[in-house]
Design a protein around this ligand. Structure first.
Ligand code: SF4
Length: 333
């Protein structure tokens, strides 16, 4: 199977008149300024490292609300991307945007420029959470945007967040289930972090928002992750990428940032699965898992092993990778 490669072009906060309480987009993307004239250079540089024969390559306009930027800039960027598609150097375009920047006119434009994948920043499908997060649109708007995108035949990636203001675990599970029902082709889950100079930082300092501790954040994010897994929807990213500047004084100021969050969430998923299969205490346990998954079964810093030893009295735990098992599945003996 061919590898999927994104050539990411970050467009930080470009064109976005909103101020979601958690957002400091320039920090999240790790890019402080955007120069439209350098896009071609970035694409050329990335293409030098790509082997087209064993990869599917997409130009990915990430980091902001792409369909909300000034129209001539959007068309200029799409035009550049299309040149590379027409030359056979990349296969299609991917972009991220928000639900209220989706309508039929925009989708018609995107189709004509060979956009294939739309990543929609949904964050939550609970109106109270959207309101408390300053998103500026309601859940119905996001639902309509998802339906419209699917009706045009685009690949839809739903981005959601955990631990937003006013959100409980139930809201997050509800959002994940609703996204599955809407037919998303993939998901990203971002645990909320508090960035410097954001409204969320002020809310935290006023005591209006209390960032969950790492264990709770892992638990809540796993709950959403397991919904997607149970529905066979690939989760293509969990947590922010450790990019330059995230941890400096101007970056995350509160909240439990953990660069290994994705692995921790998957490990928690495996732990919950093992626990559900284990009916009683046992001294010996063998867990069979997919190739490459053994370390996630052990857990971050072997946390799962320790928990299983303590809770089930296990003295000998073997983890065996098997080609017959698919990722996220396990068998125990
Ligand atoms: S819509 Fe996106 S870019 Fe704009 S403020 Fe909200 S999170 Fe940031």
């Amino acid at each position: 199977m061919k590898k999927h490669i994104n050539i990411p072009i970050f467009i930080p906060h470009k064109g976005c008149p909103n101020d979601c309480v958690f957002c400091n987009q320039r920090k999240i993307s790790g890019t402080l300024c955007f120069d439209i004239t350098k896009v071609k250079y970035e694409i050329e540089k990335a293409l030098e490292t790509v082997n087209k024969d064993d990869s599917t390559v997409q130009i990915a306009f990430f980091g902001g609300s792409f369909t909300g930027i000034p129209r001539e800039e959007m068309l200029f960027l799409l035009g550049i991307a299309k040149e590379y598609i027409d030359k056979g150097l990349v296969s299609s375009v991917r972009l991220s945007t928000r639900p209220d920047y989706i309508n039929e006119e925009i989708l018609n434009i995107l189709k004509s420029y060979k956009v294939k994948s739309i990543e929609l920043g949904i964050q939550s499908l609970s109106d109270k959470v959207l309101l408390a997060s300053g998103r500026g649109h309601d859940a119905a708007c996001a639902v309509n945007a998802c339906k419209l995108i699917k009706s045009y035949g685009f690949e839809l990636i739903g981005q959601m967040m955990t631990a937003l203001p006013c959100a409980a675990k139930e809201d997050e599970v509800f959002t994940a289930k609703a996204l599955c029902k809407l037919g998303v082709d993939g998901a990203r889950i971002y645990p909320t972090m508090v960035f410097a100079k954001t409204e969320l930082e002020a809310m935290t300092e006023r005591g209006e928002y209390i960032p969950p501790k790492l264990d709770e954040l892992t638990d809540r994010t796993e709950a959403a992750f397991s919904v997607f897994c149970d529905n066979n929807i690939p989760v293509i990213r969990i947590g922010l990428q450790a990019s330059d500047g995230l941890g400096d004084a101007d970056g995350i100021t509160y909240g439990s940032y953990e660069s290994a969050m994705g692995e921790m969430v998957i490990s928690r998923y495996y732990l919950n699965k093992i626990k559900a299969l284990l009916k009683e205490k046992t001294e010996k346990l063998t867990v069979y898992c997919a190739v490459g998954e053994a370390s996630k079964i052990s857990g971050h810093k072997k946390e799962n092993k320790q928990k299983l030893y303590q809770e089930f009295g296990i003295k000998q735990l073997k983890i065996i990778e098997s080609k017959d098992i698919t990722p996220y599945d396990i068998r125990i003996e």
